[in-house]
Design a protein around this ligand. Structure first.
Ligand SMILES: [Fe+2]
Length: 226
């Protein structure tokens, strides 16, 4: 393994902020810098890590509200998908715009960017050697809401189907919020116990996501079979 993934749970919405640490170079990428940035900086300094990159899963406030503060300490390059940059319509100083399927390298660590729209038009998951950082696309035994501005349950259905069918079942899922009874899971476990991964009919999925789910279930989510 060329990297380690450090997980911080920060802020009032139980966000997970990840530090992808390339062990060969001691460079790191932060996924979704938000909330208590000093904690992130403290962790990086303690481990002698230089944060050189920021990867955004999407542009919602609870995933980006530490961006400016982080950039005061580190001159990091910001990566996001083109469709999210258009949706966000925010002035970033030097963003690197990507398309689904692009790869980026942090030292010897190669990261594939997957376009998984549904929660927002340009939501991204980051795939690296058996690990998937999912933002608000896939939660453990849940998925991101699709009723906010830019949300689309039909796109979410297809994004989740694609992840479930294309990724190795052993892939470790690292979600964007701590909404379950544990912090990470495997794709196999999600295919089995996540209701959103079980529905194989688009109309049923849309009805469940937009109407039923929030009436029936509350956090912490646990495995269920519909
Ligand atoms: Fe979000």
């Amino acid at each position: 393994m060329t990297f380690a993934i450090h997980t911080l749970e920060l802020g009032p919405m139980e966000n997970f902020v990840y530090l992808i640490h390339d062990l060969s170079s001691n460079r790191a990428a932060v996924v979704d810098p938000a909330w208590e940035v000093p904690q992130l900086v403290k962790l990086a300094k303690k481990q002698n890590i230089e944060i050189t990159d920021v990867l955004l899963t999407h542009s919602h406030h609870d995933h980006i509200n530490g961006l400016n503060e982080l950039l005061e300490t580190y001159d990091a390059e910001i990566h996001l998908l083109k469709s999210e940059a258009q949706f966000w319509d925010h002035d970033l100083e030097k963003p690197t715009i990507h398309y689904g399927g692009d790869r980026l390298e942090i030292g010897k660590t190669s990261i594939e960017i997957l376009h998984t729209p549904g929660h927002t038009p340009g939501s991204a998951c980051y795939h690296l050697d058996g690990n998937l950082i999912t933002g608000d696309t896939l939660f453990l035994f849940g998925c991101g809401r699709c009723d906010f501005d830019g949300g689309n349950p039909e796109q979410m259905y297809h994004s989740l189907k694609k992840l479930g069918s294309e990724l190795n079942p052993e892939t470790i899922i690292h979600p964007g919020h701590n909404y379950a009874h544990k912090c990470s899971s495997t794709m196999a476990e999600q295919l089995e116990g996540n209701p959103f991964m079980q529905i194989n009919d688009l109309d049923k999925f849309i009805d469940y996501r937009m109407h039923q789910h929030d009436l029936e279930r509350e956090t912490p989510y646990s495995p269920i079979v519909l």
